[in-house]
Design a protein around this ligand. Sequence first.
Ligand code: F6P
Length: 549
Amino acid sequence: MPDSPKLTRRPQWAALEDHRADGMLHTRLRELFATDPGRAERYVVRVGDLRIDYSKHLITDETLALLQELAVATDVFGLRDAMFRGEKINVTEDRAVLHTVLRAPRDAVVEVDGQNVVPGVHAVLDRMAAFAERVRSGEWTGHTGRRIKNVVNIGIGGSDLGPAMAYDALRSFTDRGLTVRFVSNVDGADLHEAVRDLDPAETLFIIASKTFTTIETITNATSARTWLLAGLKAGPEAVARHFVALSTNAGKVADFGIDTDNMFEFWDWVGGRYSFDSAIGLSLMIAIGPDRFREMLDGFHLVDEHFRTAPAEANAPLLLGLLGIWYGNFHDAQSHAVLPYSHYLSRFTAYLQQLDMESNGKSVDRQGRPVDWQTGPVVWGTPGTNGQHAYYQLIHQGTKLIPADFIGFANPVDELETGLAAQHDLLMANFFAQTQALAFGKTPDEVRAEGVPEHLVAHKTFQGNHPTTTILARELTPSVLGQLIALYEHKVFVQGAVWNIDSFDQWGVELGKVLAKRVEPALTEGTDVPGLDPSTAALVAAYRSLRKK
Ligand code: F6P
């Protein structure tokens, strides 16, 4: 791997530092708008159905130009092209990174190790579609011949967050006759609550695990099998009608006792957190049907093509990635809020947390050298209006700079009856009001002009100048959801490329897994754990004394 110069020694880095110190540090959004009447129209980028307004950012044309120069210097587009070509850009795992192939059209050609992988992707999608239709139509029945009415996805991380988020997001497109649930936590309460009111004869378990070795998933899958066989009063022959697997690991699937005919495969060039549009999406496909699922994939693909071909100045993922770098690396912002004004996107930010934080939570560069620049932000947020009554106070008047993405829709979902649909304007009034208040605040003079007594003026002043991106679409459809996810996937890519980190490995999750395995016998059997530190040893002893026998 070629050695690249240290990021913070690049002249483009220094130019951005100077730019911030020279002018931007004291810039006010009020002034930027006052001196540039075209700003609101100019600082908008459109991709597919998304209208992305970035005018309320602490930037000028010069800032954008300097950020783009940094992207050129760090060869973001070179790495992007290598990714799309199937090169092994996941250097620490020596793997290609090809989630973009999962939504490529049938006639695309992308080679990994000399083999076109697109036909394999479509073969699995076709098998998934056939299976999903059989479940939806009632043709696929359980062991006792009863129709499947419940689908329980068991998986964790990338094998849970994507389908769980998308099932909520696209609820109004789902078959309402099906109950679809998601179990991820190894806390037995999760599975208990998911199945306690279900009839095993009508329940299909989808075991989703790229590796099929993840302890949480295998433990829950084993418990689910016990629950099923006990409920059906049947032997292992019942498993075939009630368990399917989504995995890259056929051997482990077979070891678990799932017929590999009931396995939908994907490949090691799909990262777990980028896998939701692979076989991992089967539960969603059953819920919304293969046609809607394809619409979603087409939405992803549209943004892939945009990212691959749009020039730097109109490239939405590049722009969002660079804005994050502007705040994280040059303004000390530690976190990034994602605030959807849609109840259906309740789990969207949780999904993005894995996408962003597992990808870019790194402290060595691609060559293994420690970085001396900030990498991925803490990503957080919940649906907008709920947040307004909880933590927005801190965004408005706290001491921290928190850039935020506001995501909203011009229309509620079709399904809402008239009275509830009318509430949509109130929801969106809040959406627009918040970005306005964050950007422009309220000056002490404006507060005084309202007759506020002097001792309260400081308390009622809003500094403003809080940067936000506003992403607006006509409505939340499968395609729009795909577009949104791909937008964030590529934003994360851009940032990882500039920071020169490997965004596609996740070594940081390993140590905890190893230690948990080592500690477990101390909890279950009371055995001594060699090498346990004194604090943890005391905690384990306390746990054991409190644990009901
Ligand atoms: O522990 C982290 C992780 O490896 C994620 O990257 C992944 O999405 C999750 O675990 C689940 O892994 P699997 O799909 O192999 O069960």
